[in-house]
Design a protein around this ligand. Structure first.
Ligand SMILES: C[S@@+](CC[C@H](N)C(=O)[O-])C[C@H]1O[C@@H](n2cnc3c(N)ncnc32)[C@H](O)[C@@H]1O
Length: 339
């Protein structure tokens, strides 16, 4: 009787419906669907496998970024970590759902980042009307120095949306998605971490820290919630605060980027007390209102090495999270942002 009813449910229509709908489900709903019948179980397994094969959902042009869990355990094995993927910074609220694990979006057929376009125009809004170059195609081939390459203050400066050059311009090195082959690997005590899947040369662009740009009030509100959830082990928050000292020396621009709900693979970069092997640089695209936080290799990095940077100075708190960076100078506690 049971197998007959299962056979009846297992129709091509149900299969097609499941392949369209299940990629939108977060893991708990996907698991609930898998318990319904053979067909939904089969599709949910294929969705999980596809998710584990590419954290970037085909949104990074270079290559898929797979999850690797070398610590399989019947109870704690996780094939992937669930979040909304955005290859570029965005303004809240992020999209509530996003298909992930569907056979309709194969790699090398990137999804257009439609939900993120509003921020793109915001970020590229020109504050100074002539803050763009008129170079024809690639600024590195221009005989005169491209005005966008002139660095003011400590930031790196790149061509922006209003510039005459094309997307292949050499002065847009952080604007084409991740710059090295990467994988996301789970460790026993730090959760997921980002690893190099190829040799990365010192100075090479690795990735941007993409997430939601928050006001400081909203960042403080979320930080309080995240601190509580993180201390009970329920969340790995990825809210980064960067302070940019303005050239006058009298003011400081605070940039809050939250990749906890929506972000790119940089949200998996763990902390190291010795400063790690990545350096973070604020990159300003010509004419854009906000700088973007970008990671470059601080030294030659071998294939398989974990990518890390310093989250900041460790502030000793009685309930501070333990640090497992393993470096010789580890202070034992993760740095925590003052709220
Ligand atoms: C930006 S996330 C990094 C990715 C995270 N490991 C994950 O699984 O999603 C920051 C969180 O990772 C963990 N983490 C990062 N560096 C760590 C370290 N050195 N030791 C222990 N946990 C660390 C902490 O839970 C921290 O709140």
């Amino acid at each position: 009787m049971k197998s007959n009813s299962t056979e009846r449910e297992d129709t091509p229509e149900l299969q097609e419906w499941a392949e369209l709908v299940l990629p939108y489900l977060p893991p708990p709903s996907l698991a609930a669907a898998a318990a319904v019948c053979h067909c939904l179980r089969r599709v949910s397994l294929s969705v999980s496998a596809a998710r584990a094969s590419d954290a970037s959902r085909s949104l990074e042009a270079l290559c898929p970024i797979p999850f690797l869990d070398p610590l399989p355990h019947p109870r704690y094995s996780h094939p992937y970590s669930y979040f909304i993927y955005t290859p570029v910074p965005l303004l809240p609220p992020p999209p509530r759902s996003q298909p992930w694990g569907t056979k309709y979006h194969r790699h090398r057929d990137p999804l257009p980042p439609d939900p993120f376009l509003p921020l793109q125009s915001f970020l590229s809004a020109t504050s100074v009307s002539d803050s763009r170059c008129r170079c024809a195609d690639d600024c590195s081939t221009e005989t005169d120095l491209c005005p966008c390459s002139v660095v003011v203050g400590g930031d790196a400066s790149e061509c922006g949306a209003g510039c005459g050059c094309g997307p292949g311009c050499a002065n847009r090195r952080t604007q084409r998605g991740v710059g090295a082959r990467l994988r996301v690997v789970r460790s026993a005590n730090k959760g997921w971490g980002l690893h190099a899947a190829e040799t990365v040369k010192s100075g090479q662009f690795v990735c941007e820290y993409a997430g939601e740009f928050l006001t400081t009030d909203e960042a403080r509100r979320r930080q309080r919630i995240y601190d509580e959830l993180a201390s009970s082990g329920k969340l790995s928050p990825a809210l980064l605060v960067v302070r940019e000292h303005l050239p006058s020396g009298k003011a400081c621009l605070r940039v809050n980027i939250d990749a906890t709900v929506a972000g790119n693979v940089a949200r998996f970069i763990n902390h190291s007390c010795d400063g790690g092997n990545l350096s973070s640089v604020l990159v300003r695209s010509s004419g854009s209102l906000l700088p973007r936080l970008c990671f470059f290799a601080a030294k030659d990095i071998s294939e398989g090495e974990e990518l890390t940077f310093s989250y900041g100075e460790a502030r000793l708190r009685p309930n501070g999270l333990p640090c497992f960076c393993g470096s010789d100078v580890c202070v034992g506690l993760l740095p925590a942002e003052e709220t």
